[in-house]
Design a protein around this ligand. Structure first.
Ligand code: PMP
Length: 298
């Protein structure tokens, strides 16, 4: 077991990323997955990204529920019962040492033959990585991100249901490459019908005429856990929340726009293809962000 490097709370130096696999915790840089794992060969697997705060995982039940649904939908057995995963997560966070961080929980089809038939993979593999994840710096988080609408489309839901959080992120990676090439911070993917789906690793919301709007999963949005929290908080505050199809026009003409995700947390959007929302960060964003941070702390 590695000694933790330093405590980020006091030194700003994040601890060394660690990996839990088969009941052992090792530095993530030393953890190995065999080349015949079908997660690597075919993207055959599912995953979750989970944050922990003050040493405790946030919304772990919701993440494990979604993981199990993703796995069931692709006919994959999560190889550990839920209480054992909870135990592994607790052990990993304790070993990592920092109070705050990010977990990547991955279940792959496991090792098999050089052919995609999953019947050659008798034993699914589960591993969990703990590390730091900061997607944008504090100044950008306050100023807002510039996003583009990518030419790369979200996979159609009749090809791959967007509620499955699978290891196949290639079109999201391609959209991200487009954002990088355009000098933008993030890309928004449309679905095949030209409706807004989501960001490369985050959900999108707009505010227009006091109504909070976000695309439904059938339009290509992951059923995000942060998204669900934000919708519940907004409803609790008396706002009208609409899960509704959005066109690029709706993004270009909104009052506010922001992104949500476990990694991203809540980030305001300063421009979409060069068009600025009326406010950034806007009053709805600020109040939801404050409420969300209070809920996370609680
Ligand atoms: N969409 C995609 C494609 C994602 O990868 C993520 C990150 N998990 C999200 C949305 C946001 O979901 P969540 O709030 O559950 O992290």
């Amino acid at each position: 077991m590695p000694a933790r490097a330093m405590n980020a709370a006091t030194t700003e130096t994040p601890s060394t990323p660690l990996c839990w696999m088969d009941g052992r915790i090792a530095p993530a840089a030393e953890a190995r997955v065999p080349v015949l794992d079908h997660g690597l060969l075919y993207g055959d697997g599912v995953f979750e990204g989970i944050r922990f705060h003050r040493g405790r995982p946030f919304a772990l039940d919701a993440h494990l529920e979604r993981l199990e649904c993703s796995a069931r939908a692709i006919g994959l057995t999560v190889p550990l019962p839920r209480p054992d995963i909870v135990h592994a997560v607790a052990a990993l966070i304790a070993a990592f040492g920092d109070d705050d961080g990010y977990l990547r929980l991955v279940v792959t089809r496991g090792d098999g033959a050089l052919g995609l038939d999953p019947r050659s993979c008798p034993t699914p593999r589960l591993f969990i990585v703990a590390g730091a994840l900061r997607l944008v710096d504090a100044a950008t988080r306050e100023r807002g991100v510039r996003v583009i609408i990518a030419a790369t489309r979200r996979l159609p839901p009749d090809g791959l249901d967007p509620r499955i959080k699978s290891l196949n992120y290639l079109n999201h990676v391609l959209a991200r490459i487009e954002a990088n090439a355009a000098g933008a911070d993030e890309a928004i993917l449309l679905n095949a019908a030209g409706r807004v789906a989501e960001g490369t690793a985050d959900n999108i919301f707009i505010v227009r005429d006091g109504v909070l709007r976000t695309p439904p999963p059938i339009d290509g949005a992951l059923a995000g856990i942060t998204r669900a929290h934000i919708m519940a908080l907004a409803q609790g505050a008396g706002m009208t929340v609409a899960e509704t199809s959005l066109a690029p026009f709706d993004l270009y003409t909104c009052d506010e726009c922001f992104l949500t995700g476990t990694g991203a947390e809540l980030i305001p959007v300063a421009s979409i293809d060069g068009r600025a929302p009326t406010h950034c960060p806007g009053p709805v964003f600020r109040s939801l962000r404050d409420a969300y941070h209070a809920a996370v702390r609680a």
